[in-house]
Ligand binder design. Structure first.
Ligand code: URA
Length: 230
């Protein structure tokens, strides 16, 4: 995190006053005066202002039951955002971890810990995400193998990674994917001549949407949930 942001967060000073304090030589990192507001502060740095050690606020982690009609972005000119559903201080520091389509419901994680969200969304991590899907057309058992083998999606040149498909009703399935391609679940069913009419995310890795949460509700993650995704 930038030093001026860190000072502002830990002291309540405005960014402008934090910059001024830094430029005036009032701030040290690990005992050395630093006068550049852009300087980066690592997790194990000791930062002082006028010889007083500053403590970084603890990172925050939430799960939200996203309702339909809400977008997974920090701001949107037309639609309500997931951040608007949170009643938390310093809301502008939080961001959703990855995205769900506006009509998709279910589990959304939110945090102010950029490293943690990167670890979840990084394509290298192949973090499994499980969805419940309702389809327009009946599901054929041979689809299980097609999802497992991977398939070409329209406009792409790489097969999808193996995905798990569990058929749980004539037109209902549970799908687990380990990538995050654009509209991936909908496009996988479309590639097989079907159409998703309802999509709901149930889990990311070992973190499952809390059944106590009604659409629009959220709660803090437990330490165990946070660590399971790190
Ligand atoms: N796949 C989709 O098609 N949509 C989502 O919102 C999430 C995964």
């Amino acid at each position: 995190m930038r030093l001026d942001r860190y000072i502002s967060q830990t002291t309540g000073l405005s960014r402008k006053d934090a910059k001024l304090a830094i430029r005036r030589g009032r701030v040290s990192i690990n005992g050395t005066v630093v006068t550049t507001p852009e300087h980066s502060v690592g997790a194990d740095c000791e930062v002082t202002l006028d010889d007083q050690t500053l403590r970084a606020p603890a990172a925050r982690y939430f799960m939200l039951h996203k309702p339909p009609g809400v977008v997974c972005s920090t701001s949107d000119p037309q639609n309500p955002t997931v951040l608007g559903l949170l009643d938390e201080p310093r809301i502008e520091e939080l961001h959703p971890v990855g995205r769900l389509d506006i009509d998709t419901t279910g589990l959304v994680l939110l945090t102010d810990d950029g490293q943690w969200s990167h670890a979840i969304t990084s394509p290298k991590r192949h973090q499994p995400k499980t969805y419940y899907a309702e389809l327009a057309e009946p599901l054929l058992p041979e689809l299980i193998e097609k999802f497992k083998k991977g398939m070409m999606l329209h406009g792409e040149d790489k097969r999808t990674l193996p995905a798990e498909l569990e058929i749980i009703g004539e037109k209902a399935a549970r799908v687990t994917i380990t990538e995050g391609r654009y509209h991936q679940v909908k496009r996988m069913f479309a590639a097989q001549g079907n159409h998703v009419v309802r999509l709901h995310r149930e889990a990311i890795g070992a973190v499952r949407l809390d059944p106590e949460l009604q659409p629009g509700d959220y709660r803090a993650l437990t330490d165990e949930e946070v660590e399971s995704l790190r």
